[in-house]
Design a protein around this ligand. Sequence first.
Ligand code: SF4
Length: 59
Amino acid sequence: MRCAQLDEANRCRIFGDPARPAVCSSLQPSPEMCGESPDAAATQVHAMRFLAALERATT
Ligand code: SF4
């Protein structure tokens, strides 16, 4: 499910706000999660596949 705080450009609307969940603030990007492409669209596809795999593994 898409986070309600994501804007149209897939940026967090509450980035830097103390109300942002701790899990979000502590999450560090990694090549495993984001891939290594310099292309933002490819990075997004990689990250969505990674998140989908996590969802499948935890439901
Ligand atoms: S960083 Fe957290 S609050 Fe911000 S858009 Fe992502 S999941 Fe939502």
